[in-house]
Ligand binder design. Sequence first.
Ligand SMILES: Nc1ncnc2c1ncn2[C@@H]1O[C@H](COP(=O)(O)OP(=O)(O)OP(=O)(O)O)[C@@H](O)[C@H]1O
Ligand SMILES: [Mg+2]
Length: 286
Amino acid sequence: MLRIKGLTKRYRTGDLALKDIDLDLPDGQVMALIGPSGAGKSTLIRCVNRLVEPTTGTITLNDTVITALGGGELRRARRRMGMIFQEYALVERLSVMENVLSGRLGYVGFWQSWLRRFPQSDIDEAFRLLERVGLDHMVDKRADELSGGQRQRVGICRALIQSPELLLVDEPTASLDPKTSRQIMRLIKELCAERRLSAIINIHDVMLAQMFAERIVGLRSGEIVYDGPPSKMRPEVLTAIYGEEDWSATIRKVDETEEAEEEEADNVIALHDVRQPHRDRMAGLT
Ligand SMILES: Nc1ncnc2c1ncn2[C@@H]1O[C@H](COP(=O)(O)OP(=O)(O)OP(=O)(O)O)[C@@H](O)[C@H]1O
Ligand SMILES: [Mg+2]
């Protein structure tokens, strides 16, 4: 379980990015963090692994007080938190396999890793993960030869090969098309369920957050203004988070939210099939 208590972040510039945040994340829970640009979403997840240094407050991950650690202890604790970035952050000239294995660098000794000698068990695990995300036929491809969705899958494998207890995900779908976005979110959700991992996912797309997270936290100006299930996301909630707008088209209706996930794939196909009923449905959405 992740426990955040009284977390405040004031940057050197004077920007108060987070104001006294209290947040608990039980094991295995996938939480979406939504909010307007500048609300403090990236700051929050970066404070958790201390890529950003909190000004005050404590962060505890399964009995380890992350905010009390320094040096080697902090490096070891960071391995327990897999991070997946918006910009994929792969090493362009390295292969898919090497990028995944780079997630093990914290474990392998410096010279060993410099010589790129990874234990067979790491290589086997990298293969298993790449197979799981459907990229096992691309192990030798260079990162700069991949599509955005493929790069994000490699990023997911690299985070998971650390065997983390928690995933920190910053806008995983920011530059992906709608279908690939759903596939990536579905993959993250499934992997969390398979490994009993908890995750904080920063995401701008409210509908994706509703579809794939079991809990949504809304941040506005560094404060939590909503914390609840996807089904309770009403237009008033979005107004509280983002400000006044007509939000009716942005939110999934409760009965839709309860539909099985498989139906989503059917919906995508249905949109290509522009028969009148579908057109009517689309018209109703816009
Ligand atoms: N390195 C920094 N130095 C100073 N201020 C910063 C820094 N990083 C972020 N901020 C400020 O902190 C606030 C929160 O920024 P943050 O990046 O956490 O927002 P965000 O919710 O992730 O936004 P976005 O949706 O655009 O990614 C903003 O006011 C921002 O200007
Ligand atoms: Mg951000």
